[in-house]
Design a protein around this ligand. Structure first.
Ligand SMILES: Cc1cc2nc3c(=O)[nH]c(=O)nc-3n(C[C@H](O)[C@H](O)[C@H](O)COP(=O)(O)O)c2cc1C
Length: 334
């Protein structure tokens, strides 16, 4: 079989992408205080949409308690749909599919921003600077699964082509998966099967709502902390996610966050995690982390290390990154 390049099309579920370049979700702080889309936010995405395979917009909160920052984008209420429609229409006019990342910040939310005590699997704070959260009751967990479901329905009504569930970077789903933040004694804590129960219930519920749209999961594949989620556990989780209908896994780091200081300077710093996840699933896997050059991104694909490549900060710095990468790789093939 001929080797794939960065410029080859690929399918995520039923969605056909023109190439393997992904803009990963990155919070812009350009929404209103109420979480609504602004003209500035639409402009930010539309001017980066050209020549891209898939554009994934920033983490958007599924309920008020899960809001992280003051001008974060929201998708917690139907009143937000008209603004989101303007955004999807703007990106579609450029010919690029658009996904939305949906999130609940859990224990890293603050009462100052969200107006309520943060909630989490267990009453353990993220750090000394964070508040001690309140443990969710089983009934509340069921309510949150529904909140994710309603959110997915809003994403469909807003015209998104795909939904990405945020299961990384120490937010609520990651908090359930990690033994560092989940000390529950009921069926939502303890063994891996129980720690992954809530994330899998969310996937199930969201899948029901999105139907034929593509479903991605951003997996924090390694907490990189003693006693945290290990890569071996994540490989098991990734397989269960695919069984539940996830169409692509977007592999990032866990509790340690998306940009660990000690890994900066290395292009493709989370690609080794993506390679490991790719070895156990048969859906496309996205690799990310410090990628700056088209040559490196193409090499990741040619060598089969990941199926798609996400380029974040380099794309923020240069809105033409994808167009230039397409030209560079075309030039190197001829
Ligand atoms: C300003 C900024 C905001 C980010 N916001 C999010 C986010 O909303 N959701 C998410 O999963 N990752 C977020 N990330 C992480 C990026 O998606 C990406 O994984 C990370 O920056 C590493 O890729 P890069 O080195 O190409 O930037 C953010 C990163 C930056 C720089």
């Amino acid at each position: 079989m001929p080797l794939s390049t960065l410029l080859d099309p690929i399918e995520i579920g039923l969605l056909r992408l023109k190439n393997r370049i992904v803009l990963p979700p990155m919070a812009t702080g350009l929404a209103t205080a109420g979480g609504e889309v602004t003209d500035e936010l639409i402009k930010h995405y539309v001017c980066r949409a050209k020549a891209l395979g898939l554009l994934i917009i920033e983490h958007s909160y599924v309920e008020r308690r899960g809001k992280l920052s003051s001008q974060q984008l929201g998708i917690f209420h139907d009143a937000l749909i008209p603004g989101l429609i303007q955004l999807t229409e703007g990106v579609h006019a450029v010919g690029t599919p658009i996904a939305i990342q949906i999130n609940h910040a859990g224990r890293v939310a603050t009462s100052e921003i969200s107006g309520a005590q943060p909630v989490a699997p267990s009453p353990i704070s993220h750090s000394r600077e964070h508040e001690i959260p309140r443990a969710l009751s089983k009934k509340e967990i069921e309510g949150l699964v529904e909140a994710f479901g309603r959110t997915a329905r809003r994403a469909v009504e807003s015209g998104f082509d795909a939904v990405e569930i945020h299961g990384a970077h120490g937010f609520l789903l990651n908090q359930f998966l990690s033994p560092l933040s989940n000390k529950r004694g009921d069926e939502y804590g303890g063994r891996l099967e129980d720690r992954m129960r809530f994330p899998l219930q969310v996937v199930n519920r969201v899948k029901r709502e999105v139907g034929n749209l593509s479903l991605l999961y951003r997996l924090g594949a390694d907490d990189m902390k003693p006693g945290g989620v290990s890569l071996d556990e994540s490989k098991f989780v990734a397989q269960r996610l695919v069984e539940k209908g996830v169409d692509a896994i977007d592999v990032s780091g866990g509790m340690i966050g998306s940009r660990p200081e000690m890994l900066q300077g290395t292009q493709g710093y989370f690609v080794p995690l993506a390679e490991e996840i790719k070895s156990v699933v048969d859906v496309p896997v996205i690799g990310v982390g410090g990628i700056r050059t088209a040559e490196f991104a193409n090499d990741v694909i040619v060598r089969g290390r990941a199926d798609l490549v996400a380029v974040g900060r380099a794309f923020l710095a240069d809105a033409e990154w994808a167009s230039k990468a397409v030209r560079d790789v075309e030039g190197s093939i001829e």
